[in-house]
Design a protein around this ligand. Structure first.
Ligand code: GDP
Ligand code: IMO
Ligand code: MG
Length: 436
């Protein structure tokens, strides 16, 4: 009851108090930065899927923070943050992340709540992830190796351990029996591993998790939203990595799309207001899988170097390429995006001309659709637009942006039918332009 009162802004009953922000490409679109920027307008920030595979960066006062499991509203002390049931949690990663925040657990536990229904990533899930990837050889997914796939597999096959289980007296026994099953599977893989390396930190993380409120957060979110609190649901990964609609099998193991916010928080679609779709002015991808507009040349190197395109979680170099409109339109369709946010426009400054992929040749046939088959040959068909020279990172007004950039944005709006209402021109909180 205390929480309901503390995080409730008014007694008015609104119908659609939950907005969603999610990635429209292959992840790393800048979700963390923008969730942090938007947080002052919300009461609750809630993660609904993914886990420590995510790396959400945000910057203010010249300091960069990278979050993996904790929602990106955590730097606003008056906001409530929720890790929803759709997330998979590695307690070891959680503990390190909490310690990295430099705020006491006692204080954080008044504004960070964890769903009892969120599934746990066990140390043996990480080992299984590595064993499966090792076995795949040249066809590997390029997983972050955080145990995501095996943890979601256990969830869906009804073999998972959930956060609520850590409060049971026999938790250690439950853990041991799950581990036993995993060791049986691992026996059939010719894969060396060191379980103890992970286990110590994992159990310390379990102890830390117990210091936080663990509750049936679906009741809390619905109660608060019903009383007028505004909720921002924070997606992880991106639509093209969605387990159903991404470039399967080169995807993650959760529903990264707007529907995932409903299942990952326990909310009805009736409560959803805005669906903010975030995309980079170009494309990046980490790991394997189709990437039609990939540039394996000097232009790709420039995007990587200027955009500092190295993974926030693994440090891997991100593959870079031009903006892919068929993929963007597909993501907008699947998610029902109401507003577009474009990031990293500053990275494109200085390019004499900019290409946008408008359609594909799929196995030689013209198409504007994402093919089912990840092995299909996809050749991008480009249009070319003039680039801009000016350094835009100091600009704060949309009207003052270079005409060529405004034309680039207009082109995207015309093609997608969705307005671009925010342009990000740098990694810092301040480097953000909202369109009036
Ligand atoms: P997320 O996973 O979607 O939260 O994105 P990441 O944090 O993994 O990757 C985005 C990277 O781009 C981070 O290093 C951000 O600090 C940075 N970033 C975000 N927006 C902008 C922007 O508009 N311009 C530039 N240059 N960097 C940005
Ligand atoms: P954020 O939230 C970019 C990619 C991995 C790999 C595939 C499967 O920071 O945008 P997994 O570890 O889930 O089994 O990996 O998905 N991937 C991401 N790429 N950003 C992410 O998250 C990602 N999370 C997973 O590189 O190709
Ligand atoms: Mg990221």
């Amino acid at each position: 009851m205390y929480l309901v009162d503390r995080f409730c802004i008014s007694d008015n009953i609104y119908n659609m108090n939950i907005d969603i922000l999610l990635g429209l490409q292959w992840g790393d679109e800048g979700k963390g930065k923008i969730v942090d920027v938007l947080s002052p307008g919300y009461d609750i920030i809630a993660r609904f899927q993914g886990g420590p595979n995510a790396g959400h960066s945000l910057e203010f006062n010249n300091v960069k923070h990278v979050l993996h499991l904790i929602p990106s509203g955590i730097f606003h002390p008056e906001k409530l943050n929720i890790i929803g049931n759709g997330v998979v949690i590695d307690p070891g990663v959680f503990k390190k992340e909490i310690e990295g925040l430099g705020t006491s657990v006692q204080e954080l536990s008044t504004r960070l709540i964890i769903s009892s229904r969120a599934n746990l990533i066990l140390p043996s899930h990480r080992i299984l992830d590595a064993a499966y990837e090792f076995q795949k050889g040249t066809t590997k997914i390029g997983s972050t190796l955080k145990g995501i796939g095996p943890a979601y597999t256990d969830k869906v096959s009804r073999n998972g351990l959930r956060v609520g289980d850590i409060l049971k007296k026999n938790f250690k026994d439950l853990y041991t029996s799950h581990l036993k099953n995993h060791l049986i599977i691992l026996k059939s893989y010719n894969f060396r591993f060191d379980l103890e390396e992970y286990e110590k930190g994992w159990f310390e993380g379990i102890d830390m998790l117990r210091e936080f409120p663990i509750s049936d957060t679906e009741y809390l979110v619905n109660k608060l939203a019903g009383k007028g609190s505004k909720v921002l649901a924070e997606g992880a990964q991106g639509t093209m990595l969605d387990v159903d609609f991404g470039t399967y099998p080169y995807v993650t193991s959760s529903n990264t799309i707007s529907a995932g916010a409903c299942t990952g928080l326990g909310i009805s679609p009736k409560l959803i207001g805005e669906i903010f779709g975030i995309f980079k002015a170009y494309c990046t991808r980490v790991g394997s899988g189709p990437f039609p507009t990939e540039l394996e040349d000097e232009t790709g190197d420039s995007l990587r170097n200027i955009g500092r395109e190295f993974g926030s979680t693994t440090g891997r170099a991100r593959r870079c390429g031009w903006l892919d409109l068929p993929a963007l339109k597909y993501s907008i369709m699947i998610n029902g995006v109401t507003k577009l946010f474009m990031t990293k426009a500053d990275v494109m400054s200085g390019f004499r001309s900019i290409k946008i992929c408008k359609s594909y040749l799929v196995d030689g046939v013209a198409s504007e659709e994402i093919p089912f088959n990840a092995e299909a040959s996809i050749e991008p068909v480009y249009v070319e637009l003039p680039g801009w020279e000016a350094d835009i990172s100091g600009m704060r007004e949309f009207d003052k942006l270079p005409e060529a950039l405004k034309s680039f944005i207009k082109f995207i709006e015309k093609e997608t039918g969705v307005p671009v209402t925010m342009v990000s021109v740098g990694p810092d909180r301040e480097e953000t332009i909202f369109r009036k």
